[in-house]
Design a protein around this ligand. Structure first.
Ligand code: 2P0
Length: 373
């Protein structure tokens, strides 16, 4: 499949102070998953992965390198991060990479806002590190092209390599730092796909994806077979996209995600992100499909379910899905004589009224505004 060679969308902005830039990057959801690193330091994955970048779910980050700063400062959603925390250290890790490439030692101020509502249950590390890598490198005076930005974003968080691009993005596993990057394979306007994010639980997950991935690679006997299967899944998914066969694509997407979760279930100790509600949504998706609806499920490192569907049918698909999921959850409560209650003693509320549905359409790649010098 020919890939589209695109440059980042960069605007020179004379209103910005010197050595500063802002960048906005959208979140993405993988259709063929990234799960497992062959090199933890460089973040080189075992497998290539494929994702859909989503519109209106993004991180906006401003970076300025300022001579009078004594240390880096990072503000996330209005809160200044402690220098002892993991997120602060990961952000400074990215700033250090940029300083090394640019040959500077100046400290930076980073101000970032996530417009990925917590309620959407989506990870913000992909959009977060794509925006940070873009803003920091342009603020430092580096004029990286899209491929170089993708490689740099990858060093912050693997999935961020894909959020540099809009539409469908393919992250080539590669062999080393230079060959592990993403590319756009279908522009957002040419992709008639959509996702419905079904959020069941907004709480922070008990095991981070980074830890779960590491444990799976080290201990799961199902991991290497999944790696081999995933390579076949990717080849078939690309062919299904080429011939616009969404039925085939959906089938592969669902089996690739469920296969990834099986590798975790067989890790020691096992990692299991599924809850009763997850099974209820997966059942509703399967029942809808049996009635002819174009719906396929995918899941990431958490209990929430993302439903792949056709872009121009997404509204009616969402209404049907909502009705069925609520029906499933209500049925489970009524079928359980003991009931399940939350702190307020309201069993119905616990079971389904907190479930949220968010429609996400294909979105654009990163946009950057940078100062003149
Ligand atoms: C993905 N996930 O392809 C997969 C599927 C979760 C499940 O990429 O350790 O936050 O920072 O490279 O990118 C989540 O992992 O992990 C992820 P790191 P990242 O979207």
């Amino acid at each position: 499949m020919p890939t589209l060679d695109i440059q980042p969308n960069v605007t020179l902005d004379s209103s910005l102070p010197p050595h500063s830039a802002t960048a906005a990057a959208n979140a993405n959801i993988a259709l063929i998953k990234y799960w497992g690193k062959r090199d933890e330091n460089l973040i080189l994955p075992y497998t290539s992965s494929l994702s859909l970048t989503l519109s209106d779910l993004y991180t906006q980050t401003a970076v300025s390198f300022e001579d009078d700063l004594e240390q880096d400062t990072v503000t996330l959603d209005g809160e200044q991060l402690s220098s002892a925390g993991t997120t602060f250290r990961r952000v400074v890790g990215m700033l250090d990479l940029v300083r090394e490439k640019a040959g500077i030692a100046t400290k930076a101020r980073v101000v970032s806002h996530n417009h990925v509502p917590t309620a959407a249950g989506l990870a913000s590390s992909a959009s977060g590190f794509a925006a940070l890598a873009s803003a920091a490198s342009y603020a430092a005076g580096l004029r990286l092209n899209s491929r170089e930005l993708s490689r740099l974003a990858r060093r912050g968080s693997g999935s961020a390599s894909r959020s540099i691009f809009g539409g469908l993005a393919l992250w080539y596993a590669g062999d080393d730092d230079e060959t592990s990057y993403a590319e756009q394979i279908v522009a957002p306007e040419d992709s008639n796909l959509a996702m419905i994010v079904v959020t069941l639980d907004e709480r922070k997950k008990p095991v981070s994806s980074r830890e779960a991935m590491r444990r799976t690679v080290e201990t799961s006997p199902a991991y290497m077979p999944w790696v081999e299967q995933s390579k076949r899944d990717l080849a078939e998914a690309l062919e299904a996209i080429r011939v616009a066969d969404i039925e085939k694509l959906g089938e592969i997407v669902e089996r690739n995600a469920l296969g990834m979760h099986e590798t975790m279930h067989k890790a020691a100790p096992p990692v299991n992100y599924f809850t009763d509600k997850t099974y209820a949504v997966l059942n509703a998706v399967k029942d809808m499909r049996e009635c002819g609806w174009p719906v396929w499920a995918t899941m990431d490192a958490g209990p929430n379910v993302k439903v792949l569907t056709v872009g121009d049918e997404v509204d009616r698909v969402m209404e049907e899905l909502r009705g069925r999921v609520e029906g499933e959850l209500r049925g489970r409560v009524e079928g359980d004589a003991a009931g399940v209650t939350d702190a307020a003693g309201d069993s119905r509320n616990l079971q389904y009224e907190q479930t949220k549905f968010t429609v996400a359409l294909p979105g654009d790649g990163v946009t950057i505004h940078t100062s003149l010098e």
